[in-house]
Each structure stands twice: as structure tokens, then as C-alpha cells.
Write a protein that binds this ligand. Structure first.
Ligand code: 5GP
Ligand code: MN
Length: 343
């Protein structure tokens, strides 16, 4: 595998064979399709290869990802802290998937900081802040799931990837590329997709689970956002949607319901930057998306305590909603040149 240095892979392979029995795989807080898919895919390989492996997610994951957990349901840290701490304490190896900073572990951060374990990082976010013993970080790939496939391949362990694992990895790729619509122009990704389908992954079923699996209330919330709550600033090629806690309650909000809302304004001709603000647990969770060269992760890192990828990032604000929105709107003029670069 050219992506991975052969010596490092040999070292990891030998370490796994000789010293590792118990493995804990951990993705980021508010896990999305790639976080869950890449974790369950790797877990599938490890379990089938005879390791004692499990996945611990910091907090609950959206319903639409539930079908993936048919066999290997992840432990939810916030729902069983003592049990999860014990699993982590007993592990020989921790695999961190789909995040680049320990701060992205929510309530799990404190315990992770208190233990000393051999850590393997597999991730596709820029500038990793994590000190890992083995680091597999590549920002060119579509998803962490794609990287996990290459990692497993480089270790010669693909024979242990079952249909369940193949479905999980393909879910990660489809989720992070919006069904092959962005970050999906590299031929090598399609080779992996082809191998996963060969192993039994069900593309149509995954699409159904990710994109056609919502409640009536969620569809009405989307309609409400687009017709009543979307602000469009054509002079800055920007659009903004925001939701208050009261509005979320009115539409019977469940975790994951607003996933993808931030993408819709980008289908307006001329809009290259989209922001979505929502009140969650007494703070504001923010998502940013862009098309082309505008770096949302830089914008988010500079003003909204977050980061991510160039075209997809997230952060938060402790300001009241009205002030956070005013701050966002007031920042646009100073970014107008950079927003102008794309059409
Ligand atoms: P989303 O908008 O779907 O929550 O997140 C989009 C991207 O931004 C993901 O790649 C995610 O890892 C990253 N991201 C989301 N929230 C945060 C955050 O609070 N901090 C950082 N550093 N990255 C985030
Ligand atoms: Mn990802």
C-alpha cells in the first residue's frame, strides 16, 4: 500500500499479533456516518480475526445508523460510564477514528487523558493534534472508512472483513461524500467501493438508511427551515439557517434530524458558503459547508471554536443565539474577497 509506509505497517502488524488482545475503537462525539461506519468496519475485522474488540462512542448516534449495529452494537459512553472506563482501562490498544483532537471526545475526554495506552490514529482531518504511537492520517481520502479499508489491506487482514464490515465501511464513504457527490473524484476510492460491494455491501440499502429514513416531523422541520428560516446573502454568496430550542421542540427533534440541512443552501446558484446554527444543550452547535476554495475550517477555527475540513466543519458558541448570528453576519464583509474567488 503506497499510502502507508511498509515498515510502519509491518511494525503495527507484529505488535497486534504479539502484544494485543483487547482493543477499544473510539470515534468522535456526535458520531456521524463515517465515524460509526469506519469504527464498526474496523471492529468487524478485529473480531473476525480473533481479537477482543469493541467500539465506544462518546454519546448516542442517530437512529438511521442503528441498522449497522445489528451485531456489534457500540457502547455509548454517556449511558454506561463505569463499564466503558473499565473496557478502556483493560485495553491493550486504543484506536482513535475520524477525529484529530482529543477535545472531540465530549465527556470521554477526561478519562482518555487519564490513561496511558498505545494509540493508533486513523483519520482524514487536517493537522492532527493527537500524539499517537501509530498515525495513519491522510486528508486526501474521502473518509476515514476509506482509510480503514487501506489500513486493513496493508496489514493483510482483508479476509476478515465480512459483509457487515463492508456495509459499515461503505456507509462511511457514502456518508462523507454525500453519496459520491463531493470529495469523490479519486479513482482509488471507487476501487475500494467496488471491493466492498464484492464483499456484499449493499449500496441501495445504505442509501435508504442514510437518506430516505426520516420521520414526517423531520421533513416538516426541513420545509420550515427552507421556507421560513433561511437567510440568503447573495452579495457574500452565503446563506444561513438557524433554529431555536423552542422550534426544535415544536418539531419533535431527535438526534440526527438536522443532519444535512446545512447542505441545502449550496444548491442555490451562486451560493458557496452555508451556515447552520442550532441551540443544543444550552449552547449553539454550528455547522459550516462550502463549495470550492473557501476554507470553512479556517473561518470556524478563527471565530467559532471548531474546525474540520475545508468544505465541511463545525464549531460552537456560548453566546445567546441573537449575538452569535450577529457575529456571523458581521464577519461576512471581511471574507468577501475569499468568498468571491468561487462562482
Ligand atoms: P458537522 O457539521 O456535520 O457536525 O461536522 C462537519 C465536520 O466538522 C466534521 O468533519 C467534524 O469532524 C467537524 N466538526 C464538527 N464539530 C466540530 C467541533 O466542535 N470541533 C472541531 N474541531 N471539529 C468539528
Ligand atoms: Mn469523516
Amino acid at each position: 500500500m503506497e499510502r502507508f509506509d511498509v515498515n510502519t505497517c509491518n511494525k503495527v502488524g507484529e505488535w497486534l499479533r504479539k502484544e494485543v488482545k483487547k482493543i477499544v475503537i473510539i470515534p468522535h462525539v456526535n458520531p456521524d456516518g463515517d465515524a460509526i461506519g469506519s469504527s464498526l468496519g474496523l471492529n468487524d475485522v478485529f473480531i473476525n480475526a480473533g481479537f477482543d474488540s469493541c467500539v465506544i462512542v462518546p454519546n448516542d448516534y442517530p437512529n438511521y445508523l442503528g441498522w449497522l449495529g445489528a451485531k456489534d452494537v457500540p457502547f455509548v459512553y454517556e449511558q454506561g460510564i463505569e463499564r466503558c472506563n473499565k473496557l478502556i482501562d483493560q485495553a491493550d490498544a486504543l484506536f482513535y477514528l475520524d477525529f484529530n483532537d482529543i477535545k472531540r471526545l465530549g465527556k470521554l475526554e477526561a478519562h482518555i487523558r487519564s490513561v496511558s495506552k498505545t494509540v493508533v490514529l486513523i483519520d482524514h482531518h487536517p493537522t492532527p493534534e493527537i500524539k499517537a504511537d501509530y498515525m495513519f492520517s491522510d486528508t486526501n481520502v474521502s473518509s476515514t472508512a476509506e482509510l480503514v479499508y487501506d489500513f486493513v489491506d496493508a496489514l493483510g487482514m482483508l479476509e476478515h472483513l465480512s459483509k457487515i464490515g463492508a456495509n459499515a465501511l461503505l456507509t462511511g464513504i457514502i456518508a462523507d461524500t454525500g453519496s459520491f457527490s463531493h470529495n469523490a473524484s479519486r479513482p482509488s476510492m471507487y476501487k475500494i467501493v467496488s471491493e466492498l460491494i464484492d464483499k456484499g455491501a449493499e449500496k441501495e440499502k445504505i442509501n435508504e438508511a442514510l437518506f430516505n429514513n426520516f420521520s414526517e416531523k423531520r421533513m416538516r422541520l426541513l420545509g420550515f427551515c427552507l421556507s421560513e428560516k433561511m437567510e440568503v446573502y447573495p452579495e457574500f454568496k452565503t446563506a444561513l439557517i438557524w433554529l431555536s430550542a423552542e422550534e426544535l421542540k415544536r418539531f419533535d427533534f431527535h438526534s440526527g434530524d438536522t443532519e444535512g440541512f446545512v447542505n441545502y443552501p449550496l444548491s442555490i446558484k451562486g451560493i458557496v458558503f452555508s451556515a447552520f446554527f442550532m441551540e443544543k444543550n444550552n449552547q449553539i452547535k454550528i455547522s459550516f459547508r462550502s463549495k470550492g476554495s473557501f476554507a470553512t475550517n479556517d473561518f470556524c477555527g478563527a471565530h467559532f471554536h471548531g474546525g474540520g475540513h475545508r468544505n465541511a466543519s463545525g464549531g460552537e458558541s456560548l453566546l445567546p443565539m441573537a449575538e452569535a448570528l450577529s457575529l456571523f453576519r458581521s464577519l461576512l464583509p471581511q471574507y468577501s474577497e475569499r468568498l468571491e474567488e468561487d462562482c
